[in-house]
Design a protein around this ligand. Structure first.
Ligand SMILES: Cc1ncc(COP(=O)(O)O)c(C=O)c1O
Length: 375
């Protein structure tokens, strides 16, 4: 008889054979650098876009659900500021952005309803949709004609969900067209702007502000752990939706609250003037993108998230290894984060990077691109 654990070994073997095996690499991040096994690398894989994340905090932990004893007074101020930031009546902080999606999508979309989701939406959106009893349908990435077609449905309520800046492609959702289609079809628009929030739009108000469609977004979902360099997630919407989330979002009710000191930290970060960091980020993004293009890379990204599409999983791993050997850390992204055969090196620009670091990175990326025949 086979040992009862043999299926686990089989599964791991299969993952390895397909070059999809992941290991945990211990590191220390300090500003723009990441140290791995005692070696310092330029960090091209951080989501701390505005370079705000490396500041010490004083810790103090409380552990209870917000509906029990975990509702630190800090949440009140933070949620008021977040609601104002998104021009909404109210906001609600969750322990993470992942949990914010998990909480709000099934709270809204019920039986006999329809969720229409972009094919490249983040795993947290996909998992949230799975938790809802509504019918789900996927529209082709950013394809407005397909979205419109999928919305021709007699569902009781319709919910369209998209990211603002797509986390693995760095392109913007066509929010002006999406907002129009939602309006015409009486559909709710849910916008996960984890990568655009605090980064784009006037005063960092996010992707919807960039497209001037803030009034058309019914629910914002976002993370405090990316451009804000803090931790946590939140939703912003009208008062009734927030009330519904407090009462029915399982990932809000049945879990411990974010520690109050993290809410304080997020509040402090929001109240910091981030204009200089945003301008710095865009200047560095322009420099990096034009540098990559001049080397010969085909770059389609419109933002600070710049994928280098390497397609083959094995080649992608070797490409990343070569970068690491040359003191550049840029993470290889493979299935199931992206489709099979669509592997990539995901570069994210931060305001931490200096001109010298960018030039050094470009130099190594040019050598890597030639070596692996990507350019
Ligand atoms: C689009 C998107 N939504 C949600 C999340 C989850 O955010 P958090 O890291 O706060 O859980 C992420 C994280 O990568 C994301 O890319």
């Amino acid at each position: 008889m086979k040992p009862k654990t043999s299926f686990i070994k089989e599964k791991l073997k299969n993952i390895k054979e397909n070059n999809l095996y992941r290991t945990l690499v211990y590191n220390k991040v300090a500003g723009p650098y990441i140290t791995i096994n005692g070696r310092k690398h330029i960090n091209l894989s951080s989501n701390d876009y505005l370079g705000l994340g490396f500041k010490p905090v004083v810790s103090q932990i409380q552990s209870s659900s917000r509906l029990i004893a975990g509702n630190d007074i800090s949440f009140k101020k933070l949620e008021n500021v977040l609601a104002h930031h998104k021009s909404k009546e109210a906001a609600l902080v969750f322990p993470t952005g992942y949990m914010a999606n998990l909480g709000i999508i099934p709270a809204l979309a019920q039986k006999n309803d329809l969720i229409v989701s972009d094919e490249l939406n983040h795993a947290s959106i996909i998992d949230a949709c799975r938790l809802s009893p509504a019918k789900k349908t996927i529209y082709e990435h950013n394809n407005i004609t397909d979205l419109e077609k999928k919305l021709k449905n007699k569902a009781k309520h319709k919910f369209v969900i998209t990211e603002g800046i797509f986390s693995m492609n760095g392109d913007f959702a066509k929010l002006d067209d999406i907002a129009k289609i939602c309006r015409e079809n009486n559909a709710f628009l849910l916008l996960d702007d984890a990568h655009g929030d605090f980064v784009v739009g006037r005063d960092g108000k996010g992707s919807a502000d960039q497209f001037r469609v803030t009034k058309n977004v019914d629910v914002y979902i976002s993370s405090l752990s990316k451009a804000l360099g803090a931790f946590g997630g939140y939703i912003a919407a009208n008062k009734e939706i927030i009330e519904l989330a407090i009462n029915t979002s399982r990932s809000f009710i049945y879990t411990s609250a974010l520690p109050g000191f993290l809410a304080d930290l997020a509040l402090k970060r929001i109240q910091t003037n981030r204009e200089k960091n945003r301008l710095g980020l865009w200047e560095k993004t322009r420099l990096f993108t034009s540098g990559l293009k001049s080397i010969g890379y085909n770059i389609e990204s419109q933002s600070h998230i710049i994928p280098i599409i390497t397609k083959d999983e094995k080649k992608t791993l070797e490409f990343a290894k070569y970068l690491r050997e040359n003191r550049i850390f840029a993470h290889p992204i493979r299935y199931p984060t992206v489709s099979q055969g669509e592997a990539r090196i995901r570069i994210s620009i931060t305001d931490w990077l200096t001109k010298d670091m960018i030039l050094q990175s470009l130099d190594t990326l040019e050598k890597a691109g030639k070596k692996f025949q990507v350019i």
